[in-house]
Design a protein around this ligand. Sequence first.
Ligand SMILES: C[S@@+](CC[C@H](N)C(=O)[O-])C[C@H]1O[C@@H](n2cnc3c(N)ncnc32)[C@H](O)[C@@H]1O
Length: 398
Amino acid sequence: MLSLPQFPLLRVRHNLRRAPCVKTRLPPTMTAAATATGPSTTGVLLEEVDTTRNVQQYYGKTLTSSRDLKTSACCSAVPPSARVRSILSALPDEVLARFYGCGSPLPLGIEGLTVLDLGSGSGRDCYVAAALVGASGSVVGVDMTEEQLAVARAHTQQWASHLGYSNLRFVHGRMERLHEAGIADESIDLVLSNCVVNLSPDKRAVLGEVFRVLKYGGEFHFSDVYADRRLAQSAREDPVLVGECLGGALYEQDFLRLCRDIGFADPRVLSRAPVAITDEAVSAAVGGANFSSVTYRLFKLPAGRLETLCEDYGQYAVYKGTIQGAPHAYALDDHHILQKGKPFLVCGNTASMLGETWLGKHFDIHGDRSVHYGLFPCGPAPSADTAAAACAPGGACC
Ligand SMILES: C[S@@+](CC[C@H](N)C(=O)[O-])C[C@H]1O[C@@H](n2cnc3c(N)ncnc32)[C@H](O)[C@@H]1O
């Protein structure tokens, strides 16, 4: 059983406000850069076996509840929507107690969708999603740790009685090998994940599998931790930093390159919160790097539909106000907040995200790509808390 005294640094950062996700020593050959941009593995590498065992040990045995976390990196920084909060209030205590997510990747308006949660843990987000999708939708959670799956499975019947229908199941599997868990090509509308991708030794394989299982018009909606630079090898191999969900965090620009490589051409940030590092030893060990918990939206559309730059075709979108829990406005991302009934100028990419995905029934898109007016006037994405001020509803800024 892993314990804090095994890791000297942990003693000096007892006042950190973030949470250790996993205490594992990464093999020297496994680097964040390699996992970000290297080829996918076709077999089971020794490094993967070690990492898998350590992660399973930590989430299966070391942690018994979120109270055991020592910092807040694996704690949600962004509050869930009111509708989600109301569903959460009915969840079994045990499911809530073992929540280790770092965000709220739970979009509204998903009635009838087929949802997959990667690294579902005790199942909190799956239970909420099961309520959000309703009787005509379904939810499957995949996790590789039996103890987590046992907690998640223990309450599904109770939840089905509460909801009045049964649409939730949990399967054992690795997110790098979803085919082995029986997740078929183009079978999923919405893939969720909450603070799990950073734990993978093969992030390219994870994104590749997500792309494979998503239907066209589907979305990967997930929260994870990112760094503002490539970490030194010493930091990537430091068990404490990996344990703090920092060592496995990708440099965000490498993550964006990887997304585009895989086919997710225009990643959108929904929310972002800094991960505070208050401990000098940790700060020194990461070489002054800064970390953020970010919720990304990656839409899968046919090749070429999402362009590398935002282009102006004179299109505008109108939100119908039909998403339950969002009657007045809808945030596609941190700088596209559409008010019900109010025309909102959009670039071609945004028009496709709103009109040609699972969101399509909630928006009217006016115009097509037949006439091009040049580059869409884009600005740098503001942070979530400045989005409303920086982006006046009715205008647009990609
Ligand atoms: C930080 S916890 C998050 C759990 C859950 N998403 C939540 O929000 O509570 C990480 C979870 O991911 C699982 N996990 C880690 N790596 C995995 C992998 N490669 N494949 C499947 N599950 C994995 C662990 O077993 C653990 O349950």
